[in-house]
Design a protein around this ligand. Sequence first.
Ligand code: GLU
Length: 375
Amino acid sequence: MTIADRFAPAACPRLVVKIGSALLVDPAGAIRRDWLAGIVADVAERVRAGQQVAIVSSGAIALGARRLGLAKGGRASLEDAQAAAATGQIGLSHAWAELLHAEGLTAAQMLVTLDDLEDRRRYLNASATLDRLLALGVVPVINENDSVATEEIRFGDNDRLAARIAQASGAQGVILLSDIDGLYTANPQRDPAATLVPVVEEIDARIRAMADGGSASGMGSGGMVSKLAAAKIAQTGGAHLAIVSGKRDRPLSAFVADGRGTLFVARPSTSARKAWLAGRLTARGWIVVDPGAVEALRQGASLLAAGARRVEGAFARGDVIEIADEGGGPIARGLSEYDAADARRIAGRRNDAQAELLGYAPRAALVHRDHLVLL
Ligand code: GLU
């Protein structure tokens, strides 16, 4: 058994495959058509074997930059990136549609922004569309809607987008095809002694220390840090994620043949709503809690005001907030029962002291365990 078996049609009825810019677009800025035909043949084989496959495709900015003659691969400014994305996306979709069609498959395009997936209602909409498309046997080709996304509200990298799409579509697996064949113990370009890590159960400080920022090719915006962030989202959502080399023809077949890559093992899945909560990228504020509360949260308890040390940010009741330990490490995420001002008022106080401070009967917790997910 290799790690590729986890992504076989029987084990993984729904799969998301993410393809990095450097694989799709050559250094001169043209689509690598032969390579693309190869991955499409791989996808077609899987669809024929009964697997539903969604593709998250980068490359719009890299491709558009060349057509427009923009410097720095179109990433010199946000306006350049938006113009490059708008120009490149049309060519990218065309190539996907044509090659999928040649394999007898129907392509569909979805362009999404961060907000589309952070807002619960819009997330459910996107999720329903994906579900319908996949059930119809269509291959959705997804990218960030970079032409309207602004710096503050962007994914910016398609690694996390792919993990989020896996959650939204209820996929059991995500394969990130990259210009590197997995996570190494150190950056292999700088440290020749670095070795590939085949399996990661838990992304802890040791694993995080292995990754450094930036995209090796300089074409995409990914790099190992965003891949680890994606892996965490996938794991928490109950999906396996693999980082696999795309630098070969028919990369999915090659993965099946040699099983090479890094597998991030899925955690037992939580409810869909909690998975959405865990995968959110933005929070309106955070609460720092004492060690006793950290322990209680890990045992499945609600967050009580007594365990809160500090309340940061401006949030309203019902907003998503993060819960951190005293070292600042994120522990959990949840929906606040109070707005920030009231949360600050009762932080560190026991239940019997709260009514007087608030002027109304307190709720049972700052964050109820039904609206809370451990990270
Ligand atoms: N959405 C970007 C594009 O299509 C790519 C983001 C990334 O590099 O991950 O060009």
